[in-house]
Design a protein around this ligand. Structure first.
Ligand code: SF4
Length: 150
C-alpha cells in the first residue's frame, strides 16, 4: 500500500501562490508512482485571498503582509487546518515549497521584504515538525524516490 504524504499545492501546478501563479516542480509528479499525494495550501486554508500581498514572518510570533498588516491569524489557522489533514490521512511526511512564510523549511525571508534569508521555517512547516511530521523541502524530493541517493 502506498504511503500518503502532504505536498504544497503550488508545487503540483495549482495557482494558489500569492501572485496567482504556481511553482510547479515537475519532479514531484514522479512521486505519484510511490505515494498518494494530498495537496494543501495553508494560506488558502487559513482564509487568505488569491492573489494576495506577499507576507513574511517577522520574529517568532508574527507574520506581516507587504503593506504592514498583521496576518498572523490567517497563517496560524492555515497551519492548524493543514495539521488536521495530515492527521486524518495519517501523513508522516510533507514535501513543501521552500522559503515560504507558511511552507518554508530551513531558510525563510527575514521579514524586511528585501530578499534577505535567515534560518527558520514557515508557520505550517514548524507546526507539522512539532507534531512529528518530517518536512522535506522541494529541493530534496529525490530523497523520497526509491533507488536514488539522498
Ligand atoms: Fe504554496 Fe504553501 Fe504558499 Fe500555498 S502557502 S502557495 S502551498 S508555498
Amino acid at each position: 500500500q502506498k504511503e500518503t504524504i502532504l505536498v504544497s499545492a503550488c508545487l503540483l501546478g495549482v495557482n494558489c501562490r500569492y501572485d496567482g501563479n504556481h511553482g510547479e516542480n515537475k519532479e514531484i509528479l514522479a512521486l505519484l508512482d510511490e505515494y498518494h499525494l494530498i495537496p494543501v495550501c495553508p494560506e488558502q486554508l487559513g482564509g487568505m485571498e488569491t492573489p494576495r500581498l506577499a507576507s513574511e514572518r517577522r520574529g517568532e510570533n508574527t507574520v506581516i503582509s507587504q503593506s504592514g498588516q498583521d496576518v498572523t491569524a490567517f497563517f496560524e489557522k492555515g497551519a492548524g487546518e493543514t495539521l488536521k489533514l495530515a492527521t486524518i490521512f495519517g501523513c508522516k511526511k510533507a514535501v513543501l515549497k521552500e522559503r515560504s512564510p507558511s511552507c518554508g523549511h530551513g531558510m525563510i525571508y527575514d521579514g524586511t521584504f528585501s530578499g534577505n534569508k535567515i534560518p527558520g521555517s514557515g508557520v505550517t512547516a514548524a507546526l507539522l515538525q512539532e507534531n512529528g511530521i518530517e518536512v522535506i523541502g522541494e529541493s530534496k524530493i529525490h530523497s523520497l524516490i526509491t533507488g536514488t541517493d539522498n
